[in-house]
Design a protein around this ligand. Sequence first.
Ligand code: GLA
Ligand code: ZN
Length: 672
Amino acid sequence: MYEKVWKHNKIAYGGDYNPEQWDEATWAEDMRLFKLAHIDTVTLNVFSWAALQPSEEEYDFSRLDKIMNMVRENGLKVVLATSTAHHPAWMAKRYPEILRTEFNGMRRKFGGRHNSCPNSPVYRKYAPRLAEKLAERYKDFDNIIAWHISNEYSGECYCDNCEKAFRVWLKNRYKTLDELNRVWNTSFWSHTFYDWEEVVLPNMLSEHFGYEQTMFQGITLDYRRFWSESVLDCYKLEYEAVKKYTPQLPATTNFMEFYKTLDYRAWAPYMDFISWDSYPSVEASPSQMALNHELMRGLKQGKPFVLMEQTPSVTNWQPYNELKRPGVMRLWSYQAVAHGADAVMFFQMRRSIGACEKYHGAVIDHAGHENTRVFREISALGAELEKIAERTLGTREAAECAIIFDWENWWGVEYSAGPSRLLRYRDEVQRYYDGFYAKNIPVDIIGVDDDFSRYKIICAPILYMVKSGTDEKLRKFVHDGGTLVSTFFSGYVDEHDLVTTGGYPGKLRDVLGIWVEESDALPEGKKNSFIWDGVTYESELLCDLMHSEGAEVLSVYEEDFYAGMPVLTCNRFGRGLAYYVATRGDALFYERLIERACDEQRVGQVLETPRGVEATARYNENKKYLFLSNYTDEVQAVVSDAEYVNILSGTRVHSGDTIPLDKTDVLIWESV
Ligand code: GLA
Ligand code: ZN
C-alpha cells in the first residue's frame, strides 16, 4: 500500500529542462547551477519532435544522446518525455489531415502546440513510433525514472476524421439507430436519424449556439465521451510503445487539475501514477489549491502523485502575472507534498529567449547566474528536501469523508439548458470542500465507481446525473450507516441526460425522503434565507420547492411565496442519515453542516489550528507526518497534540507545546 511512485530515494526536485534551446556550453553551466540548487531530476525532451525527426524518413538522436549522457554523468534522474505534443511542420505540410478543426469549423494550419488530431491515422502512426524509438534507444539508462507521455493533452477537434470516428464509436456503443434515436431523444425537433452517415459532430456548425449551449445535450455529451476516449487512445498507443522496451518504467502524462474535456478518472487506470501541473491563478485561495491536489490524489485511490510542474516565481499567460512572494514557492510546494505529492518539480529550468514563454519564471533567469532571489529560494528548498530524504515517500492520507466529483456529471450540469447559467459544478464542490478544509478534516475526492464503504460521510453536490448503479451504491452506503449529503439539482437525469420522471431527485427520492416539485433560479444578487440552529443563513442560486416524504425538516425558507417550505432535511434510512440541502448557503452554513455530520459520525480533525493554518497528515505503517502551513499574514500559534520531532530543525515537540508559526512558514512533524 505504501508504494513509491518511482525509483528515487527522496522527494524528486527539478523539472522541465529544454536543452534543445541552448548550446552545449550553456548545458555545462546548467549542470553546475543544478548542483547548487540541489536539483536531482530533469524532465527532458518535451518538445523535440522536429529535432528528432527532421523528415519522414530520417531520425536524429545525436543531440539527445549527448544531453542524456551529460545528465547521467552529473547524477541526475530523468523523466523522459516522448515529444509528441507537437508535430513537426513538415508533417503538417505533407499530411494536412493531422491538423485540427476548431469548434467553429475553422481548419487550422501549422502552429501553436497540442494541435494534432487524435483521430488522424498519420498521428497515430508517427507518435507511437517516436515513443518506441526513444524507449529502444534509452532503455539501458538506469537514471530514467519515468516516462512522460506527450504533454498536457488538451483542446479538441471537429475534423472529418473525427466525425467518421465518432460514427464508429456510436455504432459500437449503441449498436442500432433505434437505440441512438432513443438515447438522444431525437423525436424532439425532427432529428430522427435513418443512417449513421447522417450523424455530424456537435459544434457551431450544427447543434451549438455557444460553447456550452447545445440544443441536444445527449449528442454533445457523447461527443465529450468520444473525445476523451480518442485522446486516451493516443496516450495508450504511446504507453504500449514505451513498455515494449521498458516494462519496468512507470509512465504518466501531466494533467491539469479540473480539466473539463478529458475524463481524468477514466484515464487514471492507464497511468502508473498521476502527475499534474499546478498553476493557480493569483486569486486562488489555499482551499482551492488544496482541492486540486485532492482531486489528483483521489484519481488513483489515494496513491501519491507527482507535482510535475509549477512555476518557481511567475507565469506569463495570466492577465497579470504577480510574483510569488518570498516564501510562497516553498509554502505551495509543501502544500502539494502535504496532500500527497512525492515530487516537487518546476517549469522551467532555464528561461527561453524567444517566443511566448520567455517571461515565464524559471530556476535560471535571463540574468543567467545564481545570484537571484528565486534561485536562492529554490536552493534553500532543495536543501530542505534533502533533509526530509525518503521519509514521506509513499505515505498516505487517512480520510473518512469523501466528496464525489464525476466528469460526466460535470458535462451534464454545464450543458444543461436551464435552470441557471450560474451553476458551476466545481464551485459547488468547492463550497463543501471548504467546509471540511476550514476544520482540517481530511477528505478524498472520489468517483461514483469508487468504493464508498471506506467512508463515513459522502457529499455529492449537484449530482444531476445519476448513472445506473450509483443510486444503489448510495442507498447501500446510507443503509449501512453512512451519512450522505445531497443537494439541489441532483438526480434529474440518467447517463443519457434523459429525465427520470416521477419527481426529482429521481432515483434518490427514497434515500433522501423528499421530493422536489419545482426549482427557483434566483438572478445574481437575489437572495432568500433560512434559520437553522438559531443562525440565519443566506440562500442563493437555486431554491428547490420540496416536500418531505419522511425526512425530518431541519429548516424552512424565510421569504417569498415558498416561505415555510423545507430547505434542509435529514432522512433516517437504514442505519444512516441522508441530508438534503435544497439551496446554496453561505460559507458558514457549509462549515456548520459538515461539523454536525462529522460530530454525528465521530470524524475527527487532523489538528485544531487557528484559521488560515492548514494541518494535513500523511501516514505509513509506523509514522505520522503532520504538515502545518501558515497562509495568513501574521505569526500564528499551534498547539501540539502529541509527541513529535520537527524534521526540518530536528527539535523535539511535546504534547501541549505552543509553537509559533511564521507567515508563509511550514512545519513538518514526525510522530515519535
Ligand atoms: C504548461 C506546459 C508547459 C508550459 C507551462 C507554462 O504546464 O506543460 O510546457 O507551457 O504550462 O506555464
Ligand atoms: Zn480531428
